[in-house]
Ligand binder design. Structure first.
Ligand code: NA7
Length: 537
């Protein structure tokens, strides 16, 4: 073994919200933990996604870390749905407060991580050829961190400016007087389009699949209001804990199919006028499971969209037809539909006229050629397993994680994989954290891993691995639970479909549909039963 290999007790990959908290917890427990981060700073999602309009869709005061009373006391949110620059400042504030950067190596992308059976440890290799070794490997690589470009011929040919929303430059990008194209109308595209339309010369939006968008209703938080929120933090976090996705909006106990149409529409109206995910997460409990209930909700949203558009032919194009409301991740918007009433904004429906190629000057669809100064790719991510696929993970006997997950993830609790000892996956596939108000579930994941490593150290144990039986049972449970939800019957990043990535054409549920409270309870039972389902030696 050469001297240039760095050695730690625990290697953490990624300095986003999960990696930062994991580092702090392990450091507090006395472990020598070290983070390797591909970016030049902390913050993960909030470091990379600097596109105009990027902001929380969760209420800011439900999103921050809850573990530190000092952070809660010192940090003031200025908006109910805070924007990216402030969110990144928050991450930096936490990093400064706990002096996290001294244990983080930035600008270092992990290329491979191989398990060394004889040494009972992991070896990580970085893109610059350097290496590090540790007994434990914790992945904190995020569910939406592997951006994908569209598979369209000529993408390299365009001579103007071009950006992916998830790889946005660190310098200001301006739109005034420019002819700008945006490809993609998911949550990122909807936020970016709305913001860019405020200053752009001319904007052309290329839409393949319209999404159901509902109002965010953001507003400023005055200092007195922030003080009131601070006084309620315990209550707020307790409410999130008991909620399926750890949001502040709890599903109504009634069924949409049991009330009168008048009562139903009055409740829809009330929720529609509330901020954030109230309309999606706080609705009647059957709207995301029962087709009839979902149809009623969908009809309500159609009317809302139509009322906001001057041109009803345009409304026909902007209203989704292949899935019901809420069965894909709902983009929240602040004037999105009104953008299409502007004379300098054009929508191109790619279902009618697909893009044939990107050219030097713009792009060509089946019926027209366009010239642009800038093309923005809001084309999303190779979700949840994509970040794993970018690293060559090899477990026992050189087994490749990529091969093991070729037909979808197989995990125990979304936290470990049989055949990959001592590797813990924060916010991994089939983990409740993958569809969650993330920091809430991140804290649970990190605390589970920290307690586990502490337990192992106290008991003199050096190796943990899920048993194949436990993995199989969990994977089957994940699929069983998912079958109740209408969203598993629709192509989206949540069902693992990405037309730009080979091998991602078949639906496989990537998250855990049982909800965060049930997941937490399951984790607690497993711990109480001596880490049942794991082989500890
Ligand atoms: P999404 O939600 O995956 O959206 C990507 C968008 O890009 C979506 O509208 C896609 O259309 C579109 N797309 C992708 N490839 C193409 C090609 N080749 N041609 C045209 N259009 C294309 O990613 P986001 O970044 O918006 O959001 C990701 C999550 O981040 C979001 O849900 C939040 O949780 C945060 P498609 O629907 O595939 O037809």
């Amino acid at each position: 073994m050469t001297a240039d290999i760095e050695r730690w007790d625990v290697i953490i990959i990624g300095a986003g919200l999960s990696g930062m908290y994991q580092l702090l917890k392990l450091r507090q427990l006395g472990f020598k933990a070290h983070v390797y981060e591909a970016g030049g700073g902390v913050g993960g999602t909030w470091y990379w996604n600097r596109y105009p309009g990027a902001r929380f869709d969760s209420e800011s005061w439900t999103y921050g870390y809850s573990f530190s009373s000092e952070v809660l006391k010192e940090w003031n949110w200025k908006e109910h749905f805070s924007g990216q620059p402030e969110n990144l400042r928050y991450c930096e504030f936490v990093a400064d407060k706990f002096d996290l950067r001294r244990d983080i190596t930035f600008n270092t992308r992990v290329k491979s991580a191989h398990w060394d059976e004889a040494a009972n440890e992991w070896e990580a290799t970085f893109e610059d050829g350097k290496r590090a070794r540790a007994r434990f490997l914790v992945t904190a690589i995020g569910p939406l961190s592997s951006p994908t470009m569209p598979v369209i011929p000529g993408v390299e040919d365009f001579k103007g400016e071009s950006w992916h929303t998830g790889l946005w430059p660190h310098r200001p990008v301006t739109f005034a007087g420019k002819r700008v194209a945006v490809i993609g109308t998911g949550a990122s595209g909807v936020q970016a389009i709305t913001e860019i339309a405020k200053t752009v010369g001319h904007l052309t939006v290329f839409q393949r699949t319209p999404n159901w968008c509902t109002p965010l209703r953001n507003s400023a938080i005055a200092p007195e209001e922030m003080e009131k929120i601070r006084g309620r933090y315990d209550e707020i976090f307790a409410q999130c804990r008991d909620n399926w996705g750890c949001f502040i909006h709890t599903a109504d106990p009634r069924h949409a199919t049991e009330v009168t149409p008048e009562e139903r529409d009055a409740f829809f109206e009330e929720l529609y006028n509330m901020p954030g995910f109230a309309f999606w997460q706080g609705n009647f409990r059957d709207v995301l499971m029962d087709q009839k209930a979902n149809d009623a909700l969908t009809q309500f949203v159609i009317k809302k969209i139509r009322a906001r558009l001057k041109d009803q032919k345009l409304a026909d194009k902007l209203i989704p037809t292949n899935h019901g409301y809420g069965t894909r991740r709902v983009p929240l918007e602040s004037g999105y539909f009104e953008v299409y009433n502007q004379p300098n904004v054009k929508l191109v429906d790619l279902r009618e006229t697909p893009i044939e190629r990107i050219t030097e000057k713009g792009l060509k669809t089946s019926d027209a050629e366009y010239e642009f100064d800038m093309i923005i790719y809001a084309t999303g991510f190779d979700a949840i397993t994509g970040a794993f696929d970018r690293i060559d993970f090899r477990g026992r006997n050189g087994e490749k994680l990529r091969d093991k997950w070729a037909d979808g993830p197989h995990t125990y609790l979304g936290m470990n994989v049989a055949g990959f000892p001592n590797m813990l996956t924060l916010v991994g596939p089939h983990n409740a954290a993958t569809f969650c108000n993330l920091p809430r579930c991140i804290e649970q994941n990190v605390e589970f891993v920290s307690d586990l490593l502490e337990h192992m150290r106290d008991k003199g144990l050096t190796r943990i691995e899920a048993t194949p039986d436990a993995e199989e049972t969990w994977t089957a449970h994940v699929h069983d639970t998912a079958s109740r939800l209408l969203l598993t019957k629709v192509d989206s990043w949540m069902t693992g479909v990405n037309k730009n990535v080979a091998g991602r054409q078949k639906r496989t549920f990537m998250a855990y549909a049982g909800g965060a409270p049930k997941y937490r309870q399951k984790c607690e039972e497993i711990v109480a039963n001596g880490y049942e389902g794991f082989a500890l030696t």
